[in-house]
Design a protein around this ligand. Sequence first.
Ligand SMILES: [Zn+2]
Length: 386
Amino acid sequence: MKRKLTANHIFSGKEYLDPETVLIFEADRLMDKVPLAEAGDEVEILAGTLLPGMVNAHCHLELSHLKGVIPCQTGLVDFVLALMREREMPVEKIEQAITDADHRMWNCGIQAVGDICNTRHTISLKMKSPIAYHSFIEIAGFPPAAAETRYEAGKKLLHEFSSRQLNASLTAHAPYSVSNALLHKIDYATGNGIFSIHNQEVEEENKLFLNKEGDFLWMYSEMGIPTNSFSATKKSSLKSWLPFLHQKTSLLLVHNVAIQEEDINFLQEWIAATGSKVYFVVCANANEYISGKMPPVEKLIESGIPITLGTDSLASNTDLNLANEMNLLENRFPLVDITQWLKAVCDTGSKALLLNDQFGNLTIGKTPGLVQMTGDKGRREIKRII
Ligand SMILES: [Zn+2]
């Protein structure tokens, strides 16, 4: 079916188009962009802003059955311990929650997702979903002695995804949950490809690396994980782990709540030295849920390092809806223009997931999806049109 669509504003994924532009779709393919005067009849004129289908750069779809299970604002260590206690459930229930969450994301205008996987639970959904997923097969293991077995288990899970033609790669969970030996193996296996890591989600992570103190030590003892082979680096978390990585085409740093200005400078130097591309992934509602703290958004923007948005999981968010992420950010950082966040969920997000040849922009001949944003600052609503 052919549709001709225009609205008060049209955002290409990167910038606003002439408001008199009409987008012509044939089924889900963008066929043309023409001036209103040349569009002929049957043009649908919509309220608000039209933009391409959006990118959720960080999600854990396999945790969708944990919606509302873990209390808010307990801090990261209690959150992680509760997650490990609660994540078991009959597999049918887990898969149903995954399917429901995928439908919800699609209806909320999400076209592509960077999804963290520790299990095979999302495989059957991903094989039929209209959403394009990049599955990050996550590996964790704090004692260096566990590096080999954890790495081999990760490779096996990766094969389960890639043998079904699903887009997937290995990745590390977080600086506080991987040994140097394991990080080295994952870095080597990913070559100069894509890599995602939870970075400096809470200040406790810096305390661990600076002085081998803080809540993470208590977490390891609760989990029965030995810490004798770990020594303080006397540096922040980022400065401790980043030098282990070689050049990456896309390095996604997720959370960054406890990143400092000197970490950002260090990161800039690493980018210049390695020729890597780095993206900050902001998951505002998840940070609010877990710790009640926000990342230093103005400093992240000032750095010039591109920013994308993620929802994280339903274990730490009430919905997988990027409109909610933009609303919280608009309320907390009112001086930041909405254009910053629109670009984050379109052009930047698609580049971060290496999917920008298909998504995140209104390019003729592609099938980018089309969504409508209505509502005022901090109270945006987004729904799918195509
Ligand atoms: Zn996460």
